[in-house]
Design a protein around this ligand. Structure first.
Ligand code: NAD
Ligand code: ZN
Length: 246
């Protein structure tokens, strides 16, 4: 049986699938991944959480980047890979998507928001670092661009930051716990477009495998965990998933 046919079989036999996605599922939407040439960190140095909270100039720079769309994380549309997962969700076989992405494209493709577990947050809105309330970027844009007002919380006056988890910021406790529960409960753990080099995220496929799930990896290039996977397939996510998820 070909690798593709094997992946199709694993997906059709599974009853409780967890998809684990990285930047690779969004490259077909025009968002560069982390490592490839042109990737965001080859073009600009990340602003750490500590820099953001301590330095008004860094906050200004962070908001300039957010509103210029320089990171390229927002304003894109989901692609065939996202839509294939949305079909699996609609069939009741995808229990969750655990994602390292911050682009909101799983939700935009129609996967219910409560099934999307975001390990690195979300760039499409902002939160107050003190009271946690949500702020929409649209409401913050004009005051910043026209009057140079760095966003603060309209409820408590605290600092407001896009809802991504920055370097130096701890992993979000709720999503980490949810991701672990989902990983332990699934029968197929499907990695899509992640080099699996970033921990703690890359720990989830190992946990799945250890707890008895089948581990399948679909990525353009070999990953760190191919040797422990039941199936490791090299290829493009959109075309392959479109073919095998009716
Ligand atoms: P990564 O860059 O380490 O790995 C992405 C992998 O996807 C690579 O191995 C690449 O070969 C593969 N890939 C790219 N396009 C593909 C395609 N069409 N089909 C199959 N495979 C493809 O990404 P990562 O492991 O997710 O880690 C990068 C970190 O940077 C993440 O934690 C994420 O938070 C952040 N990031 C997010 C976005 C986003 O939200 N879209 C984009 C860039 C970076
Ligand atoms: Zn607040």
């Amino acid at each position: 049986m070909s690798d593709r046919a094997q992946l199709a079989r694993l997906i059709s036999d599974a009853r409780r699938i967890v998809a684990f996605t990285g930047a690779g599922i969004s490259t077909e939407s025009g968002i560069p991944d982390f490592r490839s040439p042109g990737g965001v960190w080859s073009r600009m140095k990340p602003i750490t959480f500590q820099e953001f909270t301590a330095d008004p100039d860094k906050r200004h720079e962070a908001w300039s980047r957010a509103f210029s769309g320089k990171a390229g994380w927002t304003g894109r549309a989901p692609n065939a890979g996202h839509f294939a997962l949305a079909r699996l969700a609609a069939q009741g076989r995808l229990s969750s998507v655990i994602t390292q992405n911050v682009d909101n494209l799983h939700q935009d493709s129609g996967v219910p928001a409560e099934r999307v577990i975001e390990l690195h947050g979300n760039a499409s809105y902002a939160t107050c670092l003190d009271c946690g309330s949500r702020h929409e970027l649209e409401d913050l844009r004009a005051p910043f661009l026209e009057r140079d007002e760095i966003p603060t919380c309209r409820w408590c006056g605290g600092l407001v930051k896009t809802a991504v988890i920055s370097f130096g910021q701890s992993m979000p406790a709720g999503p980490m716990r949810a991701a672990e529960d989902e990983t332990l409960a699934c029968d197929l753990f499907l990695v899509l477009g992640s080099s699996l080099t970033v921990f703690p995220a890359a720990g989830f496929p190992l946990l799945a495998k250890r707890s008895g799930a089948t581990l399948a990896i679909l990525n353009r290039e070999p990953t760190e965990l191919d040797r422990v996977a039941d199936l490791a397939l090299q290829g493009e996510i959109g075309p392959i998933l479109s073919e095998i998820v009716p």
